[in-house]
Design a binder for this molecule. Structure first.
Ligand code: GUN
Length: 296
């Protein structure tokens, strides 16, 4: 039977409208949540993400500062800019878009962000708290994946989850969040990667299969259990001369095949993507409330 298509756009729109109402209430108390996004370079996918973040802030009533820097921006200039936002009372959240140009040391740059403004959930302090199960900013894409599952009625508690991909942004934090003793977790998790022997042996066992491998058609129908929930985090550009841009976006899952086998599946675009930005907005509002003493 054909799978239920999880509509990330619609779920994200619902969450954003709830958030907009919350921002409105905060504004009545004189609090305007503020987000600073920094992009160094002009990687086309990053430009598109950053533009999307800025637009989403405007739609939700969040103040946003969108700084674009040339690809050859020096280390000192970038660190000074982060320090400026660290000390700016209008800014509650800071996000440095990754990947950075190759000569910049990612860890050093991310370390400079004040942990109480780390709405990306990527600073080592945030990561440590997440692993220890303490309250912190959760990284946006993994948190968005979990929200999509919960809001689609998928039971995570006790499920066999298989994650394909072990990146710092998706695979590793997702595995950690899903094993926590919490309403977002209690799953049994396997993480597969490029050195996994017989990938299909693992993926076929999954009640929930989450794919963040960065390669189109990594998952075909024969690799999926009947009725599984399949979440596709991949975003790959493939040439398509029929499109004005000359390309179209596809995920890591062979959607046309797998939708005939899975119970639920996310499309690309329109699945996980809109949720990532939504969770960033949620974290920014949380940061603003916390800085105003409205959260414990
Ligand atoms: N680039 C792609 N995804 C992300 C993300 O979640 N955070 C940051 N900072 N950069 C990204």
């Amino acid at each position: 039977m054909a799978a239920v298509i999880i509509d990330g756009k619609q779920i994200a729109a619902q969450m954003r409208s709830e958030l907009k109402a919350e921002v409105e209430k905060l504004k009545q108390k004189g609090i305007v949540p503020g987000l600073a996004v920094i992009l160094a370079g002009n990687d086309p996918a990053s430009v598109s993400y950053v533009t999307g973040k800025h637009k989403a802030c405007q739609e939700t009533g969040i103040y946003s500062d969108d700084t674009r820097l040339p690809a050859d921006t020096g280390r000192e200039k970038l660190l000074r800019l982060i320090e400026k936002f660290n000390n700016d009372k209008r800014i509650h959240g800071i996000l440095v878009q990754l990947p950075l140009p190759p000569y910049l040391k990612e860890q050093e740059i991310l370390f400079t962000i004040r942990p109480d403004k780390d709405v990306d959930g990527i600073h080592p302090v945030s990561v440590g708290k997440m692993v220890a199960g303490e309250d912190t900013f959760l990284p946006c894409t993994p948190h968005g994946v979990i929200e999509l599952l919960l809001r689609s009625g998928v039971k995570i508690d006790g499920a066999d989850v298989v994650i394909v991909g072990r990146s710092n942004i998706v695979g590793k934090p997702l595995a950690n969040m899903l094993i926590q003793k919490s309403k977002l977790g209690n799953a049994t998790v396997t993480v597969c990667h490029t050195h996994t022997k017989d990938l299909a042996k693992h993926t076929r066992r999954a009640d929930i299969l989450i794919v963040a491998a960065g390669r189109a058609k990594t998952i075909t129908a024969d690799m999926v259990k009947d009725g599984a929930a399949v979440i596709d985090v991949g975003v790959n550009r493939i040439e398509d001369k029929t499109k004005k841009a000359g390309f179209r976006l596809v995920g890591d899952v062979d959607f046309e095949q797998v939708k005939e086998k899975a119970g639920l599946i996310t499309p690309v675009p329109g699945g996980v993507g809109p949720m990532t930005i939504t969770m960033l907005l949620c974290n920014t509002v949380k940061a603003a409330k916390r800085s105003a003493g409205l959260l414990a």
